[in-house]
Design a protein around this ligand. Structure first.
Ligand code: 3HC
Ligand code: NAI
Length: 693
């Protein structure tokens, strides 16, 4: 075996040169891999004793893409196009044998080989769009030539991979093999024996024909993804590259179009934010001070208390990944109702083709209902999701403490109550933790894991691992009012609610935040949640806008009216003149002079309080790092990922500018709400940003 670089080696098996990539954990195309592949292929091509070349990867996967850490750095090693040219133009067959995930630049490398084989668990995709990029090494030109234009557009704008079976059907791979290396070797020997040609994907144009002279295909596709792609630059750039693949006179012209657009994206703010976010999400899972090899508590069964809005959704997360759940309500009717909702949710996935009835039955079979809370006693983890009242929660935890087996994790889904107070009623506060799911709990990706004062490291580490298992993105929060997400949401709400008496109407504020990239603004969100949450008719004195709206029967979307009027059929919202009148009356009563606000000011008055609150959360030690806060906001509150999250956004503006603006608002409003957090002042004084922490 010859070591070509520290990441690539080559050995000969008879007359086959086997080139092995070994760059753990995911065999990213780092400089050492590119240079190694280039040199190995060039050397093997020049060696007359070699008849064919097989590329294989060590470890858990084939090449999973470019090395994301290299973007934005000075280029090193052999450029990827040179590697691809050496492979595609080799004078003897080059074959990739694939396992794990062939992604991004990895799949693009496989596509320049003359043939590809894979084990049946392999997956293939071009997920660059998730990093604000497009496939920049020929993927936009070669993939449509293999899977067809429509499918290529779908794959590249969603970033979702396909499996080996479909890859075989459409010709992306030539054979499914049982054994990665032996199967690859047998295939490569066979094609040499049969004298098969050196196939170049770039030569085959058949599958582009359907789209040639058919602009409707692209127009229809743009329309179909418009809602999902709103605000993102990469999907449109990908579509343009595929149009170039279809309409250019030559393959090279298409490659040129791809290169130009790739360079624009890779140097742009969106991709910088999305690449930052990629690492933020992985970082959030690492807990400072806890050894990554800490022994975890095995969680083989879960108990859930309360089968309401949250309990049912939480149960689905576990049943979906095959973990049995016992769920309890004191009352049989409520229990039946809760399980009915769970079944209906699963059945909706049957209608959309994502599940079969058999899957539904299997999952429902994993959920055991009971009205006897003590049936949960042997569960490894219990999650309480009952009404948000401290007395009830304390009562439940006292009971749990009395009958739960030793070593069980006791979790609460509270969204605002003090977890330490809940834990204090037990004799095992070290086993108590907050698992704050977001609604709908079976859909939303975020899980705020709330670490109490006494929570044991092992309990925390186990819950982070469970989050991954149930496919949630977890971020750790300390115990503080609203934890990370709701605490910052509250800060934004304070200013949004104040602003409407001074100038903009709710729909102006909502429009600015929608245009920024949120799915909706704070007033539309309140209408969706219901304006009467926490509102008590018997105590209402019409003192706030919300009181007045609720008194008028305008309780949000569910009543067809709130801040907005809602079309009963389409749910489209329109501003209501009566609400405008009411707001103007309140302004007058409060002695406010209404004035014009620019969109920029509206945005700053909503976002900067969040940044300031985020800084306070960090300095109080309620969050380990600024990027965890970004993970919370992107996954739980619809912060547009192409802006990275509030803390990344602050850095991208410049923390000094944010601080200066906070001080301007402080002076303008004569309100210490705007006083910059000491952490912001400190970082600005040091010429640093959150990213430097
Ligand atoms: N570059 C650098 N590091 C990477 C990486 C990449 N492409 N992909 C993963 N990593 C790192 C992660 O940061 C993580 O590091 P850590 O252990 O220090 O936190 C480690 O590898 C393991 O990653 P995951 O925790 O995500 O492991 P999983 O097993 O859950 O998932 C995966 C594996 C499916 C490969 C997933 O990591 C993934 O989706 N990676 C990104 C793939 C991608 O986007 N490829 C395209 C890159 S852009 C490109 O290729 C441009 C080209 O067109 C020119
Ligand atoms: P819900 O009212 O829909 O459900 C609560 C359920 O608990 C009811 O079905 C009730 O019958 C049951 N219950 C009450 N006492 C019980 C007991 N002693 N034993 C067993 N079951 C009992 O409430 P929801 O919305 O599901 O909220 C539950 C918890 O989740 C609350 O703490 C809430 O703050 C939190 N939460 C709610 C979110 C939401 O958007 N709804 C989001 C995140 C957290």
């Amino acid at each position: 075996m010859t070591q070509i670089t520290d990441m690539v080696s080559m050995e000969t098996e008879g007359d086959v040169a086997v080139v092995t990539v070994d760059n753990p954990p995911v065999n990213a195309l780092s400089a050492g891999v590119r240079t190694g592949l280039y040199e190995a292929v060039t050397k093997a091509d020049a060696d007359d004793s070699v008849k064919s070349i097989l590329i294989v990867c060590s470890g858990r996967t084939y090449i999973a893409g470019a090395d994301i850490k290299e973007f934005g750095q000075a280029p090193q090693g052999t450029p990827l196009p040179d590697v691809h040219s050496a492979i595609e133009n080799a004078s003897k067959p080059v074959v990739s044998t694939i396992h794990g995930t062939a992604l991004g630049g990895g799949l693009e490398t496989a596509l320049v080989c003359h043939y590809r084989v894979a084990v049946d668990s392999a997956k293939f995709g071009l997920p660059e769009v998730k990093l604000g990029l497009l496939p920049g090494a020929g993927g936009t030109q070669r993939l449509p030539r293999i899977v067809g234009v429509q499918k290529a557009l779908e794959m590249m704008t969603s970033g979702d991979p396909i499996g080996a079976k479909f890859a075989l059907e459409c010709g992306l791979i030539d054979e499914i093999v049982d054994d990665l290396k032996e199967g690859g070797l047998a295939f490569v020997k066979k094609i040499v024996e049969e004298g098969r040609p050196l196939v170049k994907v770039s030569d085959s144009n058949d599958k582009l024909a359907e789209a040639k002279g058919n602009p409707d295909l692209f127009a229809g596709f743009r329309k179909a993804i418009a809602r999902k792609a709103r605000g993102f630059e990469a999907p449109e750039a990908i579509i343009q590259c595929v149009e170039a693949a279809v309409n250019s006179d030559s393959f090279e012209d298409g490659m040129k179009a791809e290169r130009e657009r790739f360079m624009t994206l890779v140097t742009g703010a969106q991709s910088a934010a999305q690449r930052y976010y990629f690492f933020a999400e992985r970082q959030a899972n690492k807990i400072p001070g806890i050894d990554k090899d800490i022994e975890l508590i095995p969680v083989k069964s879960v108990g859930i208390i309360g089968a309401g809005t949250m309990g049912g959704g939480i149960a689905m997360n576990f049943a979906t990944v095959g973990i049995p759940v016992t769920i309890t309500e004191p009352d049989q009717d409520r229990l039946d109702k809760g399980l009915g909702v769970v079944r209906k949710n699963y059945e909706r996935s049957v209608k959309s083709g994502r599940l079969t009835m058999d899957d539904v039955d299997k999952r429902m079979g994993l959920i055991t209902p009971t009205t006897n809370i003590e049936d949960l006693k042997d569960c490894d983890l219990v999650i309480e999701a009952v009404f948000e009242l401290m007395d009830i929660k304390k009562d439940i935890f006292t009971k749990l403490d009395s009958f739960m087996k030793d070593g069980a994790i006791l979790a609460s889904n509270t969204s605002a109550l003090n977890l330490d107070e809940i834990a204090s009623v037990t004799k095992r506060p070290e086993m108590v933790i907050g698992l704050h799911f977001f609604s709908p709990a079976n859909v939303m990706r975020l899980l705020e894991v709330v670490r109490g004062d006494m929570t044991a490291d092992r309990v925390l580490a186990t819950c982070m691992a469970i989050a991954k298992k149930i496919r949630k993105v977890a971020a750790v929060s300390g115990v503080c009012p609203g934890f990370i997400g709701n605490r910052m949401l509250y800060a934004r709400g304070v200013q949004a609610n104040k602003m409407i008496f001074e100038g903009p109407m709710p729909w102006d504020v909502d429009r600015v935040l929608f245009d920024f990239g949120f799915p909706m603004g704070p007033f539309a969100m309140s209408d969706l949640a219901g304006l009467d949450i926490g509102w008590d008719e018997s105590k209402s004195k019409g003192e706030t806008i919300r009181d007045r709206l609720c008194e008028m029967g305008r309780r949000g979307q569910k009543t067809g009216q709130g801040y907005y009027n809602y079309d009963p059929k389409t749910r489209a919202k329109t501003p209501e003149p009566e609400v405008e009148k009411l707001i103007n009356e309140f302004s007058e009563k409060k002695g406010k002079t209404r004035r014009e606000f620019s969109d920029d000011e509206i945005l700053e008055r909503c976002i900067y309080p969040m940044i300031n609150e985020g800084a306070k959360i960090i300095e109080e030690g309620m969050s380990f790092r600024p990027s965890d806060i970004d993970v919370v906001w992107v996954n739980g509150y619809g912060w547009p990922v192409y802006r990275g999250g509030p803390m990344h956004y602050a850095d991208s503006i410049g923390l000094d500018k944010v601080a200066a603006r906070l001080k301007e608002f402080q002076a303008q409003d004569n309100d210490d709400f705007w006083q910059p957090a000491p952490l912001i002042e400190k970082l600005v004084a040091e010429g640093k940003g959150f990213k430097d922490m």
